[in-house]
Design a protein around this ligand. Structure first.
Ligand code: CMC
Length: 447
């Protein structure tokens, strides 16, 4: 029996043994390690928590991002996402996430200078980039080249050194847009464009993406601001799949380039960074507004999902989706209205009135309108997860930094529940019976 503050604890009775235990509760959580003492017998390992996908397991304490999914609230360091999207810039928001406070003017200018002076890449990276096949997916290129940065900056291994951490953070925020744009230009066969440090963060990225023969690229201010806000909206989302990957890989003590490459790899997956592309494909498949009711019926009948709807955490309108919807109209004022927008609006209208979606608390998420905006700006669909990665960099880095400094953290190493064979003796190859289970598996694969 563990002594605990009885007012803030659980009393747990193990019905297998009749024993009772007291387990402390702190910050609305108990430590699963406190359950290890609960055993059926002395040689029992102790009780484990089983939670695939971490549906109800906190892996860290964090001061960075707050989400209340039921009320549709998202805050970075306490500031509501709506206020940041309205008044802040991406670089200022990155400062906030990483340092914990909004900067004063002097600090903001210094921070902006520091990031801008890390936008160029080592020229050997060009050779690296050129090694990819002409049709390589830009996200695959990003995963590879971000990982390769660790070989250019061996000083990054010194993760216990705050000055080194600061330097790598500036380098990563500065260089990711350059690598991202290079990956696009490589896939198009266009020459690479050097950074223009007189432009804003988003403006410089647009220049590196789209500048052709003009001597200087002048970004459209509406599109430049829209992209900056989209980066703000993607900047952090607490312990999502890619952030968890950054923390888990970082927990081995590896340098931040390698940890962030793991984050990019996680973001490459269609369930994470690829949903906005799936929305565009869905809208193109529907084809016209009059087909929307039929499509909704097919979703309700179970033949697929309404992409860009639903969220593991938000059981209300995703606050980012509201802001993005407004931006979509501003962008279409400049670029001309996409016919897919009308299909999206009709889908949303019908779904929000339909009991299937209402009863399951399915609302538009961040991906429902973002792909339409990216498409209108001229980004190919392959670039959508890359854009997500540019926005998410400060989140990954602030979470990585917090992890490195957190004395509670250990190398990420979950337990498993072993359900395989018990011990058995090795059998000589001639004496092995044909394994029936394996035969069945092969048959299934052939079908
Ligand atoms: N369309 C139709 N039905 C849905 C949808 C949807 N988009 N999402 C969930 N459902 C239904 C699902 O069929 C289930 O119904 P039932 O109870 O009858 O079986 C119920 O709602 C609960 O679904 P779930 O799969 O248990 O919910 P989840 O929390 O595991 O899934 C999700 C969350 C985002 C994976 C899911 O809503 C989904 O697949 N959405 C479409 C893909 C998408 O837009 N993904 C982007 C998410 S936002 C990215 C980010 O924040 O980084």
């Amino acid at each position: 029996m563990t002594p605990a503050n009885s007012g803030n604890s659980l009393t747990v009775t193990d019905n297998r043994t009749g024993k009772t235990y007291e387990v402390p509760v702190e910050n609305g959580a108990f430590k699963t390690m406190d359950f290890r003492q609960i055993k059926e017998s002395d040689d029992d390992f102790g009780l484990l928590g089983y939670d695939p996908g971490f549906l109800n397991t906190a892996s860290c304490k964090s001061n960075i991002t707050f989400i209340d999914g039921d009320r549709g609230i998202l805050r970075y360091r306490g500031y509501p996402i709506e206020q940041l999207a309205e008044h802040s810039t991406f670089l200022e928001t990155a400062y906030l996430l990483i340092k914990g406070e909004l900067p004063d003017q002097e600090r903001l200018s210094q921070w902006t200078f520091n990031i801008r002076h890390h936008t160029m890449t080592h020229s050997n990276l060009v050779k690296f980039m050129d090694g990819f096949r002409y049709d390589a997916h830009p996200m695959g290129i990003l995963v590879g080249t971000v990982g390769a940065l660790s070989t250019f900056y061996p000083d990054a291994k010194d993760i216990g050194n705050i000055d080194s951490r600061k330097l790598q953070i500036r380098r990563l925020i500065g260089k990711i847009p350059t690598l991202a744009a290079m990956s696009f230009r490589h896939s198009m066969g266009f020459p690479y464009v050097q950074p223009d440090n007189d432009l804003s963060f988003a403006g410089n990225f647009l220049s590196m993406m789209f500048r052709m023969t003009e001597l200087r690229y002048t970004p459209n201010p509406v599109l430049e601001r829209a992209l900056d806000v989209l980066f703000i909206l993607h900047a952090d989302h607490e312990q999502n799949c890619s952030t968890n990957a950054v923390r888990a890989v970082g927990s081995s003590g590896v340098d931040p380039y390698t940890a962030v490459a793991a984050g990019c790899a996680a973001l490459y997956g269609p369930k994470h960074g690829g949903a906005n592309e799936a929305v565009i494909r869905m809208l193109m498949e529907i084809g016209s507004v009059d087909k929307v009711p039929e499509f909704i019926q097919s979703v309700k009948a179970g033949s697929g999902r309404l992409m860009g709807f639903g969220h593991r955490v938000y059981k209300n309108y995703d606050p980012r989706a509201k802001i993005i919807k407004k931006i979509a109209f501003e962008v279409f004022e400049e670029t001309g209205r996409s016919p897919l927008l009308d299909i999206a609006l009709e889908l949303e209208r019908i779904a929000l009135e339909d009991d299937y979606f209402i009863s399951r608390k399915l609302y538009p998420n961040v991906d429902f309108y973002s792909g339409l905006i990216y498409q209108a700006m001229g980004f190919p669909m392959d670039m959508f997860p890359v854009l997500f990665a540019i926005g998410r960099i400060p989140g990954w880095l602030s979470q990585w930094s917090e992890h490195v400094k957190d004395g509670d953290q250990k190398i990420a190493r979950p337990r498993q529940i072993y359900l395989g064979e018990a011990e058995r003796d090795w059998v000589a190859v001639d004496s092995r019976p044909r394994n029936r289970v394996e035969e069945q598996l092969h048959d299934t694969c052939r079908l």
